[in-house]
Design a protein around this ligand. Structure first.
Ligand code: AMP
Ligand code: ZN
Length: 453
């Protein structure tokens, strides 16, 4: 199994430390508003990763965090607190807002048919462990205190720029205008924020005799240390996390505990909509409810995503989604052949080719090209082959393609009879009735076939 490792900027052979417990961490959502389809891109692609690992015989221990505390709207420790912003908008407490959007997030996670992580950890459950990590970093000499909080001195972590290939000189020049004189280096970041005189913060905890809250990269380092232990095998997230969030996670974890944080780092690219960035001001923020209004399911969205590669920037449109839906319908009709053809195939060669594609850095697009050929063959699949497809992609092909009812089968037979007797009016009437039930009839050389519309 080969994966692109952001650490080396190369496609590498993936070999876990323990095949029975592949340690994986995915940076999770900040639960301050409904997540749009772009936010689910990451989780949907990483579900493919989990599935491919399982097909290779690995068992995973996967942790996902839920950020239910103090993320700021900017990467630079400035700006508004996202949770407090959400709470003000909703007229609720930050805790209520967190619960509401976490529930919604998990509901969509299930609607997408994504495999539930082994553990889902809320950031607010790890505050004591956060404090321990801050103490460890302080003891190792990485921190300095400011009126705003305890900051990580990135100049003391020699490989700070390495992961993201950062140009610290440029960063320094660009940041001068933006930040206070208390910060020693432009790339320094808060590991713990103080609540200053005259300020308040809804979520706050006592630390060293003062009230404050964790800096916004801390929870991932903490949760990984507590729930998985370093080094983990794979750390995943969006490409936007490379220059700041993941860079800072590495500095915190490796600064406090030494060694390596993660052996592989996987990053998915962004989706655009009709060529534009997803943004409220452009009015192109789509939720699954918007897709449902146009007759598309979260599984159609998943099909659309998997038609491309996780590292490629993809452009979403409803035409593209319709095309993905049509392709999925084609696969479902291939699956429906199992109710109609006596002879079935295991597609041993195609299965191997699909595995080869998936093992080549999750090339799902290549795997679908193989599947298109299989679907065109006219041969019916065995149940085992369909199970393999669903294990690989989670597109629920097998369970959404049940046999038609005996009553419909009788109607199809009656329509064939009418046709044979040249009663075309009756035959057409029956065909239309069957179509109304979502089943289309195709007359072929070896008899009538039905398919889902
Ligand atoms: P936000 O709540 O806007 O900070 O988004 C949370 C995370 O969702 C980001 O850190 C990204 O990794 C991911 N994300 C946001 N927009 C997109 C997008 N258009 N495509 C893919 N991922 C996205
Ligand atoms: Zn993270």
């Amino acid at each position: 199994m080969k994966l692109y490792n952001t650490l080396s900027r190369k496609v590498e052979e993936f070999v876990p430390s323990n095949p029975d417990e592949v340690k994986i961490y995915t940076c999770g959502p900040t639960v301050y508003s409904y997540a749009h389809i772009g936010n689910y891109t990451s989780y949907t692609y990483w579900d493919l990763l989990i599935r491919v690992l399982r097909l290779n015989g690995y068992k995973e221990k996967r942790v996902l965090n839920i950020t239910d505390v103090g993320h700021l709207t900017s990467d630079s420790d400035l700006g508004e607190d996202k949770m407090e912003k959400g709470a003000r908008r909703e007229g609720k407490t930050v805790w209520e807002v967190a619960q509401m959007y976490m529930d919604d997030f998990l509901e969509k996670f299930r609607m997408l048919g994504l495999i539930e992580p082994s553990e889902i950890c809320r950031a607010t459950d790890y505050i004591d462990a956060d404090k321990k990590l801050v103490e460890a970093l302080d003891k190792a000499g990485y921190l300095y205190d400011t009126t705003d909080g305890l900051y990580f001195d990135t100049s003391k972590f020699p490989k700070y720029a390495e992961f993201a290939r950062l140009d610290l000189e440029n960063l320094r020049a660009g940041a001068r205008v933006e930040y206070s004189d208390e910060k020693r280096n432009a790339s320094d970041f808060a590991v713990w924020k103080w609540i200053r005189e005259g300020e308040d913060h809804a979520m706050k905890w006592e630390f060293r005799g003062r009230m404050g809250y964790p800096g916004w990269h801390l929870e991932c380092s903490t949760i990984i240390h507590e729930r998985l232990g370093e080094p983990i095998d794979i750390h995943c997230g969006g490409v936007d996390h490379i220059p700041v969030h993941h860079t800072n996670e590495i500095a915190q974890t490796e600064g406090a505990f030494g060694g390596q944080m993660s052996k592989f780092w996987l990053h998915n690219n962004f989706i655009t909509i009709d060529g534009e960035k997803i943004s409220k001001s452009l009015g192109n923020v789509y939720y699954f409810s918007d897709l449902a209004e146009k007759g598309f399911s979260p599984i159609d969205f998943k099909m659309w995503l998997y038609q491309g590669h996780y590292q490629a920037e993809r452009d979403f449109s409803f035409e593209q989604l319709a095309a993905a839906h049509a392709r999925l319908t084609n696969y479902r009709n291939f699956a429906a052949l199992r109710w109609q053809n006596g002879e079935k195939s295991d597609f041993v060669e195609a299965r191997a080719e699909i595995m080869e594609c998936l093992n080549s850095n999750l090339n799902s697009a290549g795997a679908f090209a193989v599947l298109d050929g299989v679907a065109k063959s006219g041969l019916a699949p065995t149940d085992d082959f369909l199970k393999f497809l669903d294990d690989a992609f989670g597109l629920e092909i097998r369970e959404t393609t049940p046999d038609i009812s005996d009553e419909l089968k009788a109607k199809i037979a009656k329509r064939s009879e009418a046709k044979n007797e040249k009663d075309f009016a009756l035959a057409d009437k029956l065909r239309d009735e069957i179509l109304e039930r979502g089943i289309e009839l195709l007359d072929s050389t070896d008899g009538v076939k039905w398919q889902y519309k």
